[in-house]
Ligand binder design. Structure first.
Ligand code: HEC
Length: 266
């Protein structure tokens, strides 16, 4: 049998590898894999190509004794070196980062005791207000009773949410942090970024589509009676893809910032 040249043996492997690379790159891009993963897949294709080229290599001369042992050791060292370098080149999972996130989350979880304390303070504040109003000297015209709206505003003030004031850039920046902390980006895209793991509506124009109240409700209680699914996301709504536990995690202060951030997206 005529020995085929290296080029003849390798030609088709190369063609197949290039075709595979193109297909994998496009498909993984369409699925939404980050660029880094796409490069990693390319690495696998090249690894496969090298493997098949190596399969065609002429067998080595047989070795024995000290030469055989030495060969095994050298081979072991080379492979270890390649693996170590390869491992060091790719970004690594950093447990410290995750720990930091968990610590932040734990800090924001309000204990029942804290909650009761908050409510008590609120009640006290409101009763003070009522007292103030009732001890006011009677005006010729009936004194304004704390109407529903006024009471709500007062309650909001107590809760630390300014009743009315344009959101400051600091608050918006804080809101972005809250957004990242609770990993909204896993499902939502903003400016084309995010929404890789699961599908949710883009939030690029959410600031135009919602009021602050609506957003708060939508995030704290996504399945409150009367909430309608976003168009095109009826199935996800049905399956309750959007987490329904944010009311236990996101504090009032965080929500105020988060809402300011989302409202700034127009
Ligand atoms: C696990 C996926 C997932 C996560 C995480 C998630 N969401 Fe959602 N979200 C959805 C889906 C799916 C919808 C659409 C269906 C629905 O209304 O339930 C949605 C709807 C919304 C809407 C309404 C959008 C519209 O155009 O109608 C807003 C606003 C929103 N999410 C904000 C947030 C914020 C803020 C966070 C982070 C605190 C978050 N989401 C986290 C999946 C998610």
């Amino acid at each position: 049998m005529v020995e085929r040249s290296f080029w003849q043996k390798t030609k088709w492997k190369l063609v197949i590898s290039v075709a595979l690379s193109v297909i994998i790159w496009i498909v993984s891009g369409l699925i939404g894999f980050p660029r880094l993963f796409q490069w990693m897949f390319m690495g696998y294709v090249i690894g496969g190509l090298l493997f098949f080229i190596l399969l065609d290599a002429r067998p080595m001369k047989e070795r024995s004794g000290g030469a055989a042992v030495l060969s095994v050791i050298i081979f072991y060292l080379i492979i270890s070196f390649v693996y170590t370098i390869n491992g060091a080149l790719w970004p690594q999972y950093n447990p410290e980062e995750e720990k930091e996130k968990i610590a932040k989350l734990m800090k924001s979880v309000v204990s029942p005791k804290q909650k009761i304390g908050e409510l008590e303070a609120k009640v006290e504040e409101l009763s003070k207000k009522v007292e103030e109003l009732s001890t006011r000297p009677a005006a010729p015209v009936a004194a304004p009773a704390p109407s529903g709206e006024a009471a709500k505003k007062a309650a909001e003030k107590v809760a630390g949410i300014p009743a009315k004031a344009g959101p400051s850039p600091e608050l918006i920046a804080q809101g972005k942090e809250v957004y990242d902390l609770y990993e909204c980006y896993n499902c939502h895209k903003i400016g084309g970024k995010g929404g890789v793991k699961r599908r949710g509506p883009e939030l690029d124009h959410a600031g135009k589509e919602f009021t602050a109240e609506q957003l708060k409700k939508r995030i704290w209680y996504p399945y409150a009676p009367g909430t309608k699914a976003t168009k095109g996301f009826e199935k996800e709504f049905e399956e309750q893809t959007m987490p329904d536990y944010y009311n236990e995690q996101i504090s009032k202060e965080e929500m105020a910032a988060l809402v300011a951030y989302v409202l700034s997206l127009k």
